[in-house]
Design a protein around this ligand. Sequence first.
Ligand SMILES: O=C(O)c1ccc2[nH]nc(Br)c2c1
Length: 163
Amino acid sequence: MASIAVCPGSFDPVTYGHLDIIRRGAKVFDQVYVAVLNNSSKKPLFSVEERIELLREVTRPFPNVIVESFHGLLVDYARSKNASAILRGLRAVSDFEYEMQITSMNRVLDENIETFFMMTNSQYAFLSSSIVKEVAKYNGNISDLVPPVVEEALRKKFASLTS
Ligand SMILES: O=C(O)c1ccc2[nH]nc(Br)c2c1
């Protein structure tokens, strides 16, 4: 039976940290659905469509990765994909409390879906979409933090917001 995982997030935008988790997850699971959250309360910098387009571009080398958006409960989306696993990255101890809360809630909602955590590569332990946006906003060097296509999209986005 195929092992299917869902890797959820806002990916606003995708970073090398996210891509590291997705790449490694795609080696473990037969199929990985990268699920872009569409019910985030925060106002995103990129639209869902823009985030999906960037994710599809950077995950092109991984044939068993599918990028989609979802709204509502993650476990409902995972069940609809016949996924038995949720895949998350853990960057540092500071991630643990939030992830434990979400995982406990998801287990209550559907005990048949397990959450698997991967320690992020240490070079990305500090990395988040928020910090990348903050650095890009002030024209800082983000070439080691995001793929070139994402760097270009950030430059264009901030140029359009300031023009
Ligand atoms: O970019 C973020 O906000 C963010 C959050 C939580 C995260 N866990 N693992 C990774 Br990679 C990661 C990235």
